[in-house]
Write a protein that binds this ligand. Structure first.
Ligand code: S3P
Length: 170
């Protein structure tokens, strides 16, 4: 299948955005970007370092810039965004205007399993990652939902099956 429009994956940490994004882009013959990896490549450092030195706000400004730039590409692109990108109006506006938005929805349980011991997620370097994920979900779920053209659960099927479902619904 050929899809002639940008696709943006949104959803919480551990929803499978990068894995599913890579598989979906390969199926559709689209160029894949992971906004976190793109920010790291441009800074020549990792996300914890950016949070340490520039604070979350510094990271968010970089994220806004990268997502906007990638969506202006000449060819349609598929972008897996960081879980917090949805909190910024700039991002909600640009993804709404320039892409099909797919919300990868999953349970906090699944998020915990997928992000356990991951040192590259500064927001989870805390004694109680479950409480953090629950409170982020409460704030962000309505934003993911209202931005989404498609909502797909990722905790009930394998990544390959999720990709098939997305392709059917695009
Ligand atoms: C964040 C999610 C991370 C990354 C950063 C902040 C968030 O991306 O952008 O650590 O605010 O939820 P993933 O969703 O890819 O883990």
């Amino acid at each position: 299948m050929y899809y002639n429009h940008n696709i943006v994956l949104v959803g919480p940490m551990g929803a499978g955005k990068s894995t599913i994004g890579r598989l979906l882009a390969a199926e559709l013959g689209m160029i894949f970007f992971d906004s976190d990896r793109e920010i790291e490549a441009r800074c020549g450092t990792n996300i914890p370092w950016i949070f340490d030195v520039e604070g979350e706000e510094g990271f968010r400004q970089r994220e806004i810039q990268v997502i906007d730039e990638l969506l202006q590409s000449e060819e349609p692109v598929l972008i897996a965004t960081g879980g917090g990108a949805i909190t910024r109006k700039e991002n909600r506006d640009v993804i709404g205007q320039l892409s099909t938005v797919v919300y990868l929805h999953t349970s906090v349980e699944q998020q915990l399993q997928r992000t356990a011991k991951d040192k590259n997620r500064p927001l989870l370097q805390n004694d109680n990652p479950r409480a953090i994920l629950e409170s982020l979900f409460e704030v962000r779920h309505p934003l993911y939902e209202s931005s989404a053209d498609l909502i797909i659960r990722t905790d009930k099927q394998t990544p390959k099956a999720v990709v098939k479902t997305i392709i059917k619904k695009l």
